[in-house]
Design a protein around this ligand. Sequence first.
Ligand code: PMP
Length: 403
Amino acid sequence: MNIDQIRDDFPILSRTVYGKPLVYLDNGATTQKPRAVVEAITEEYYSVNANVHRGVHFLSQRATELHEASRETVRRFINARSTNEIVFTRGTTESINLLAYSYGEACLKAGDEVILSTMEHHSNIVPWQLLQARKGIVLKVIPMNDRGELLLDAYRELFTERTRLVCVAHVSNVLGTVNPVKEMIRTAHSHGVPVLVDGAQSIPHMPVDVQDLDADFYVFSGHKVYGPTGVGVLYGKEDWLDRLPPYQGGGEMIQHVSFERTTFNELPFKFEAGTPDYIGTTALARALDYVTALGMDRIAAHEHDLTTYAMERLRQVPGMRIFGEAAEKGSVISFLVGDIHHFDMGTLLDRLGIAVRTGHHCAQPLMQRLGIEGTVRASFGLYNTRQEVDALVDGVVRVSRMF
Ligand code: PMP
């Protein structure tokens, strides 16, 4: 990959912060957008904008075509069988809440068990806790070792007659661990249990094939894969989505409404009440086209190189503690140096133009397991360079010397 050329596609990367060149290492939180994505948004507002579906006029039909073509782009990107399996949402969080509500209504009663992992993001914990409060379900947690790898033997032992769902992150947003979701799905299926995979941190970084994984549900956010904010995806196997009730009611999701009886629209519209973010879906499709043209394999290889290099260099910093040493690790590095508070480290790195994230990363149960309150997190994207890793390491050393 020609990184210089790629960086030219992302105007924000050439700006400065406090007079220093921006070193953007907060891609786990959100990614920057290539020109093609931003232009897709302005182009559609300037020349196509009209509400989608059912419009008889030219613009509405054109906007509908773009919106539905985007659904096909998403389908192809994750290799789903059908566009009926692609539900547009506002993001990972909404996708999980949708599923927790609908699956909870249809399939869960008091005493039923849902398995989660220690390293889940709050958005894959709290919706299940709301269901726990509403329905009396039981949550069970897959433990992990000190390297940040899930314990698969313990996982297998969590299954009982009452297990109804497994919810697991494909890649941890704190540890970078790439969980063996294919194997975990096989185990769950051997017990007749479906699996929801949180793909927020995998979709931007590696090829994902939902049929190969045999995932029942797979969710992700557009903004983490170089697309716009406010749009995301819930993939669900058609058999499952067919059986689940709607999440929200309103326009678009109905077939016929009367005060006596309402019938619901077919998939995927049953789950898409109200005007969808059709501008956002077009822009998301542009983002997926962009990364597809670069090649997800090549993006993965580039980021693997950056992560390996960064891990090697950071390990040499005196007092360095890295959280997440899994054999299979994505492009996320969480660390602390000596007793320097993560917030101080992040604030001082920022003054050097280096954007990292600090805090609990919406994974407080994981912080509890690690016995810490938070970390500094550097997360790489397709446009980051070894020079930026050097800037990070030099920055960390410089800040450490100040304490
Ligand atoms: N799951 C994981 C693993 C994440 O990293 C994030 C974002 N930090 C989310 C879920 C939530 O994504 P969003 O805020 O885009 O809904």
